[in-house]
Design a protein around this ligand. Structure first.
Ligand SMILES: *Cc1c(COP(=O)(O)O)cnc(C)c1O
Length: 224
């Protein structure tokens, strides 16, 4: 069984035990630092969505893989001098966490591309070293994205700190789900909750995640 099949099977088992249809779940292949050949072979297995953390690395890969119809998601911390490349080259930006970035992405949109799909990244644990907005800032950022002509508000993304205790893990994903439900009730375009990685995808799926982000378990260890 390939890594791809192992991951999709884990997602199927988790969906079944959460009594959710597998069609509600998408898998984002996190390809940062992975070589082109591994991305190409995963695409041949049927994977179409790829997530990248570093803008220059991502653009080089997009150019090399331009013969494939892939969807690219940016999931890394956003530097404001990179927003033009983000909006010109990516289909989704999952790590929007401040108003300045919302404005730049909208203002720099080339107009001849589809609108940019935006997730707001939420910092659930108040970790100073991590990107993401405070939960209290979700509402105002969402309003700004929803009002922006070239952006589509699709939902939330989070990377909760790992928890060994299953109940604590369920609680933090439950809290995220609460923020997501509030947002979805206010904005009809909101349909995506990006949460859950290799170690915690079962808990995330149980809590209602719709997009699982997996790197190492799909590609193998990142070469140094
Ligand atoms: C790197 C990364 C992942 C995947 O991590 P792996 O440990 O390789 O599975 C998922 N989400 C984000 C935001 C990441 O930066």
């Amino acid at each position: 069984m390939t890594r791809f099949h192992q991951v999709t099977e884990r997602m199927e088992v988790a969906a079944a035990s959460a009594r959710r249809p597998i069609s509600e779940l998408r898998l984002l292949a996190v390809s940062k630092k992975q070589p082109i050949e591994r991305i190409r072979s995963l695409a041949e297995e049927g994977q179409t969505s790829f997530g990248e953390n570093y803008v220059d690395e991502a653009v080089a890969k997009m150019d090399e893989l331009a013969d494939l119809a892939l969807e690219w998601h940016f999931i890394g911390p956003i530097q404001s001098n990179k927003t033009r490349t983000l909006v010109e080259r990516f289909d989704w930006v999952q790590s929007v966490d401040r108003i300045k970035i919302v404005r730049r992405l909208n203002d720099q949109h080339p107009g001849n591309r589809p609108a940019l799909n935006v997730l707001l990244q939420v910092n659930l644990d108040g970790e100073a070293q991590k990107a993401g907005c405070a939960p209290e800032a979700i509402a105002s950022l969402a309003e700004a994205v929803a009002a922006a002509e070239h952006l589509i508000l699709r939902g939330l993304m989070a990377i909760p700190a790992p928890r060994d205790d299953p109940q604590a893990q369920a609680d933090v994903f439950g809290r995220l789900r609460g923020y997501f439900d509030e947002l979805a009730a206010a904005y009809p375009s909101v349909d995506t909750l990006s949460a859950g990685m290799s170690a915690d995808l079962e808990a995330a799926i149980a809590a209602g995640s719709t997009m699982i982000r997996v790197g190492t378990d799909l590609f193998g260890p990142r070469p140094e």
